[in-house]
Design a protein around this ligand. Structure first.
Ligand SMILES: CC(C)(COP(=O)(O)OP(=O)(O)OC[C@H]1O[C@@H](n2cnc3c(N)ncnc32)[C@H](O)[C@@H]1OP(=O)(O)O)[C@@H](O)C(=O)NCCC(=O)NCCS
Length: 185
């Protein structure tokens, strides 16, 4: 499944890369490309998120679920009932989904998945930036799980300041955490 939208190759150059300084025009364009809005996903969109997750994680999600004693249908049910799945919109286009759950003072990010045409443009980074802003005052940290077979996603999370909290080598999975603190008064 795939929404389609224009690729924006110039947006791939993230300002943080330090390769060169972006011009004002490029910075404005970058800001626009990473200006996102969120809303609760519809039931149909939640199913679309499941398809994305299954496509991306087909190689490991099902064995991991087996270790957890969970069937795919039970997992799908969890996506529908646990926490909140948000649609991520850039202008009016749904570019992907974020599944989050607040657990006491921790925000657990169960998964973020973007439609393929929108990956690598800074949107994932912006989603985490926005989550941090939104939850800064109400949680002490953000937590997520990443599988060893997804080194690119892991590299992104580490760049964003996440560190391994628990490694589960048996299932090739690590829980990463980023502490966040409330804004100073
Ligand atoms: C992981 C993901 C949410 C990151 O969002 P993004 O907008 O693509 O990321 P950004 O543009 O902000 O940052 C780029 C970095 O993201 C990571 N990334 C980019 N494309 C990726 C992909 N297809 N799969 C995994 N990670 C990817 C890389 O670390 C990349 O840096 P690099 O280009 O130097 O390798 C997004 O790529 C995605 O949906 N991937 C497929 C689903 C997935 O793997 N989700 C995570 C596990 S549930």
């Amino acid at each position: 499944m795939s929404n389609c939208g224009p690729e924006a190759p110039e947006a791939r150059r993230r300002p943080a890369d330090g390769q060169r300084t972006l011009s004002l025009g490029e910075r404005i364009r970058y800001a626009r490309l990473t200006m996102l809005t969120y809303r609760k996903a519809t039931a149909k969109e939640r199913d679309a998120f499941l398809v994305l997750l299954r496509e991306k994680t087909g190689g490991y999600l099902e064995p991991t679920l087996r270790v957890m004693g969970m069937t795919w249908d039970e997992f799908a049910d969890m996506v529908r009932t646990v926490g909140e799945v948000r649609a991520i919109l850039r202008t009016r286009t749904v570019v992907g989904f974020a599944w989050i759950e607040r657990r006491d003072r921790t925000l657990h990010v169960h998964g973020v998945a973007l439609e393929p045409p929108f990956r690598g443009q800074g949107i994932g980074t912006a989603v985490f930036r926005d989550l941090e802003e939104e939850f800064r005052a109400s949680v002490d940290g953000i937590e997520l799980g990443v599988h060893d077979s997804n080194p690119r996603a892991r590299a992104l999370y580490e760049r964003l300041g996440f560190h391994v909290e628990t490694a589960l080598p048996d299932v090739g999975f690590s829980v990463l955490r980023k502490p966040i603190s409330a804004p100073r008064a």
